[in-house]
Design a protein. Structure first.
Length: 313
């Protein structure tokens, strides 16, 4: 069939000159390509359409002719709002064609307002669909790209948090090691100092030296308190007695009274006295012991020092 047809696509009211073999009932084939020159060649060569490279759209046959040029002229007339049937009848009367191509009724084509048409070419519905698909594809591609970027950033943030957490744990461990090492040095210093002193102390010079060390060195005071708290006892009274017997001889204690009565030195004013109280309360067994109860025990130990010496003579 070496004829061409003028068809009107119902979706966008566009007119096209196409090979008649592109028509199938009330549909017309149209190439999926977007290349204008390629589509013109397909039309000129009357390429038989297939289901892969062509799509069928709703269309209405307006006229059939044996010449592509005539079909395009009719398309041009239709696009400039000239009645195609009238144009065809004029052409047929002048060329004495047969009646096979005559319209049975007059059809007027109305173009969509606001659309500028080019001679021999009009916007096809397929072209619009392809552009829409391309826009959708571009949008999807952009969204997927952004989602991939966000996923990458989230993974990087999680990795950074994990790395920071590991670093904090490492620093915390190092701080604990440093603190432990510092305490060990302080304890060693306390032990070294105490090892230089003869215990129990039997003279006021050594006692005053210890008292000055406690008053001037807070770390030494803390470590001495910790060491004395380990002495323990069945009750607070026995613990205080054991601490005082470890630190002082009866010969030294007989020179003191708790409040400095009877011409004796005041034991309660010594820094070592408060260390003894702190060591007792630091022991979890005696954390609720009262200050008054501890003072009573110290007073008793000081008062018994002279009697203990006499019993040994």
């Amino acid at each position: 069939m070496n004829t061409y047809s003028v068809v009107k696509f119902t979706e966008d009211n566009s007119l096209e000159a196409v090979p008649t073999n592109w028509l199938k009932k009330n549909k017309c084939a149209w190439s999926i390509t977007k290349n204008y020159s390629t589509i013109r060649k397909l039309i000129e060569r009357k390429i038989i359409p297939n289901e892969i490279k062509y799509t069928y759209f709703n269309a209405r046959l307006l006229k059939t002719t044996d010449s592509l040029l005539k079909a395009r002229e009719m398309t041009k007339k239709g696009l400039t709002r000239t009645d195609i049937s009238s144009y065809i009848r004029q052409r047929l009367s002048s060329e004495d064609d047969d009646d096979s191509g005559t319209f049975s009724h007059k059809t007027k084509v109305k173009n969509t307002p606001g659309i500028t048409h080019i001679s021999g070419w009009s916007p096809s519905p397929k072209k619009n669909i392809i552009i829409s698909c391309n826009i959708d594809y571009g949008f999807q591609k952009d969204v997927l790209h952004k989602l991939a970027f966000i996923k990458h950033e989230l993974r990087r943030v999680v990795n950074n948090q994990l790395e920071l957490s590991q670093r904090f744990e490492y620093l915390e461990s190092k701080c604990k090691d440093i603190t432990h090492y510092s305490n060990s040095i302080d304890n060693m210093s306390s032990l070294n100092y105490m090892s230089d002193c003869t215990l129990p102390m039997d003279n006021t010079i050594d006692l005053q030296t210890l008292n000055d060390k406690i008053s001037g060195d807070s770390a030494f005071r803390i470590n001495l308190t910790n060491q004395l708290s380990y002495i323990g006892g069945k009750h607070s009274k026995s613990m205080i007695k054991r601490i005082m017997s470890k630190l002082f001889t009866d010969e030294l204690l007989k020179l003191y009274s708790y409040s400095g009565k009877k011409g004796k030195d005041k034991f309660s004013s010594l820094a070592v006295c408060s260390v003894i109280f702190d060591a007792v309360k630091q022991n979890h067994k005696f954390k609720n012991v009262t200050q008054n109860d501890m003072e009573k025990v110290v007073k008793y130990v000081l008062a018994q020092a002279a009697f203990n010496i006499k019993r040994l003579e």
